[in-house]
Write a protein that binds this ligand. Structure first.
Ligand code: BG6
Length: 304
């Protein structure tokens, strides 16, 4: 998307009547609304960041903080932040931003299209720049493809544009709305090995479904499993499928950490949980020059 275009010109070029409309949250902060026959989604060009996905007549599937920032250089709190080229704190320089820089830059809206006359798709791009190379030396291009059918599909295509291989960690850091954190369980990671980021120490093994009664920050490794959020309060199951990902991160900040975050309401932890399709820890990926890696997630809700 050329920044010199007016909003009307952007809509003429990229809008699709009844299926994709572009508006501005604040001047210079464009947001696309995608509409399929059965669902609505919104995506910000900042971060290539999916903000919402709501099947018709349902509670929102993705969670978004009421206190989120919406400005360049700040990550949006909620939706699906794109984490690249490192997950979590930088390995050797704590001065570098948590979770890399892809979520805090404006991406370019490359194209939009309609699949089978009813399912909208938007494609965003981010490439290395002088600024990214001060944080991470490699040349890369990222594409984020968002497709709305009955389900929401998000694909992150990571291409090595450099002359040397590079190694990165990454995630589609999805935040989900739940009726109450104490009443849900997550199925799919039974018997998976995990790193407890709160306590450190040796890997542990998940016994049974995941439930919540305190802060949780865990990286499940070597797993490609689909996760299910069983939510009796909303009478639904949310399916979180993924590919190109061997780690799954589960996060809820609970009381003290919520209170420490300026962009997170003190009580909002009760209504959310993160299930992140990731490649973290020893599941880091190495990509050769001109090669790509595709990390993707598909999300849908079913009544129970
Ligand atoms: C999760 C991490 O992925 O993201 C947590 O496992 C972290 O450790 C959380 O607290 C939020 O990170 P941030 O940088 O968005 O506050």
């Amino acid at each position: 998307m050329e920044t010199t275009l007016t909003l009307d010109e952007i809509n003429i070029r990229y809008g699709l009547q009844n299926h994709i409309v572009i508006e501005e949250k604040t001047p210079g902060f464009p947001i696309l609304t995608l509409q399929s026959p059965s669902a609505t989604a919104t995506v910000a060009a900042h971060g290539g960041h999916v903000l919402s996905y709501t099947p018709n007549g349902e509670e929102p599937v993705l969670w978004l903080s009421s206190l989120s920032h919406y400005r360049e250089g700040k990550a949006i709190r909620g939706g699906i932040p794109v984490i690249f080229p490192w997950f979590g704190p930088h390995a050797s320089d704590s001065g570098k931003p948590s979770h890399g820089f892809a979520r805090t830059r404006f991406w370019t809206l490359h194209s939009t299209r309609l699949i089978n006359g009813e399912f909208p798709q938007a494609r965003f791009q981010l490439t290395d720049s002088e600024l990214t190379r001060t944080l991470w030396p490699s040349r890369f291009s990222l594409e984020l493809v968002v497709t709305l059918k009955e389900s929401l599909k998000v694909e992150l295509i990571i291409k090595n544009e450099d002359t040397e291989p590079f190694t990165c960690t990454c995630a589609l850091h999805s935040y989900f709305t739940v009726s109450h954190i104490s009443n849900i369980e997550i199925q799919g990671l039974e018997k998976a090995s995990y790193i407890d980021q709160l306590t450190g120490g040796p890997h542990k093994v998940q016994e049974g479904p995941i439930t919540f009664d305190a802060e949780k920050d865990t990286i499940y490794v070597d797993t490609a499993a689909t996760c299910k959020i069983i939510d009796p309060g909303f009478k639904r199951t949310v399916f979180v499928e993924k590919s190109g990902s061997l780690s799954t991160v589960i996060w809820n900040p609970w009381i003290d950490k919520s209170a420490r975050m300026s962009d997170f309401g003190d009580d909002e932890y009760t209504g959310m949980v993160c299930i992140e399709a990731a490649n973290a820890s020893h599941n880091a990926i190495t990509i050769s020059p001109s090669q790509t890696h595709i990390l993707s997630t598909s999300i849908r809700a079913e009544a129970i």
